[in-house]
Write a protein that binds this ligand. Structure first.
Ligand code: SF4
Length: 375
């Protein structure tokens, strides 16, 4: 398999050598041989998937030592393994596959900038990630270049500057935190100088793949001076085992203690977290660590994700089953990101059973029917 070069940015060699998170990137498994050296005995299905990837290219293989260390190497159905190791099934086309599931290419306002909602933009600041999720929505471009340089991002920053309706910038990619501290500082400083911005949201899966990325200096950079746009961190955890490391708890605490709220998104995935108890454990643990469960996503229609998708009726029932059993602050909104860039559709459990002339009939979480006046 062709090893993918590590492209982040260009700090001095001495500084880079001293940063443990870059060590994680350098040590990431990027070939079948790397995975076996790390102790993973590949199944035939995984071998065929890796062989297909080697021959045809696409979303690369990459798994950090940290994430490998959270897996049970003897379990071929390990929920973390399933998320990052390709199988042959991933390369079987299906009729619902969409190369660009969210219609982002149609909404490109400048290179590397998607403008879907009037008040928000998505800045694709890098195409790289510390590890690669096989269900990635942007697998058409993630990990495959071009990785934008600082100069390449200037038209996007000019567009944001010139568009006062934009109140929030979601810095994503790839993984926004694959940018080194120097680039993060330049980017934040450019965004903070734009008066009409209220929020900068950092979308990153580093807390799961490489929590070593969060350091006191990064937390302080993100915190920035008082009075500027608020910075939020949008994390991505799908299974409670991803949180089973002291480094992860420390990294979340470092962000929250620095005044950076952490919101979490989870993708509902067959064979990973399509189980009420797993979701309950995940959401409770996140809440305890002060990372608020924000969105539960139905897996988008990117190619090679059909085997991950939970049938919608089942997914809705699973989400509804949390009501009344888990604290409201631990229940994320279940959403489908509609194809073609049509936006998020929330799918809340519907308690109304019947609407009468003067009252509603509603079902409580235990199934009891209750009348409630219309006015
Ligand atoms: S970390 Fe995010 S952008 Fe990167 S592969 Fe996973 S889902 Fe895609």
């Amino acid at each position: 398999m062709v090893a993918l070069p590590i492209v982040v940015d260009t700090p001095s060699r001495t500084k880079a050598a001293a940063e443990p998170w870059r060590e994680q990137l350098r040590g990431a498994a990027r070939t079948a041989a790397d995975l076996e050296t790390a102790g993973l005995r590949l199944t035939d299905d995984e071998r065929r998937g890796l062989g297909w990837l080697e021959e045809h290219g696409g979303l690369p293989l990459g798994v950090t030592p940290h994430f490998l260390g959270l897996m049970n190497m003897d379990d071929v159905d390990d929920p973390l393994r399933r998320q990052v190791i390709p199988t042959a099934t991933e390369f079987l086309p299906t009729s619902w596959d969409l190369r660009d599931p969210l219609g982002e290419e149609e909404l490109e306002a400048a290179p590397f900038l998607v403008h879907r909602y009037a008040d928000r933009v998505l800045l694709l600041a890098t195409d790289r990630c510390a590890a690669y999720c096989r269900f990635c929505t942007r697998k058409r471009l993630v990990g495959q270049g071009p990785t934008p340089s600082w100069e390449h991002l200037q038209p996007a920053l000019d567009y944001i500057r010139a568009t006062p309706s934009i109140r929030e910038v979601i810095v994503s990619g790839g993984d926004a935190m694959m940018l080194g501290d120097e680039r993060v500082e330049s980017l934040l400083s450019a965004l903070r100088s734009i008066e009409h911005l209220d929020v900068i949201r950092i979308a990153s899966r580093m807390l799961a793949f490489c929590p070593q990325r969060v350091t006191p200096s990064l937390a302080s950079l993100l915190r920035g001076p008082d009075g500027g746009p608020a910075v939020y961190w949008l994390s991505h955890f799908n299974h409670p085992n991803e949180l089973e490391h002291d480094a992860t708890a420390r990294a979340i605490a470092m962000l929250v203690d620095a005044g950076i709220p952490v919101l979490n998104q989870t993708v509902l995935l067959r064979g990973v977290n399509d189980d009420r108890d797993v979701l309950v454990r995940l959401f409770r643990r996140l809440t305890r660590l002060r990372a608020r469960p924000y969105y539960l996503h139905q897996c988008d229609l990117a190619p090679g994700t059909d085997h991950f998708r939970v049938p919608l009726d089942e997914a809705r029932a699973l989400h509804a089953s949390l009501r009344g059993h888990v604290s409201g602050i631990s229940i994320p909104t279940f959403v489908i990101d509609l194809p073609g860039g049509k936006g998020k559709a929330p799918l809340a459990p519907e308690p109304t059973v019947e609407v009468k002339d003067d009252h509603y009939v509603m079902r409580g979480y235990r199934g009891d029917l209750v009348e409630y006046p219309r006015r």
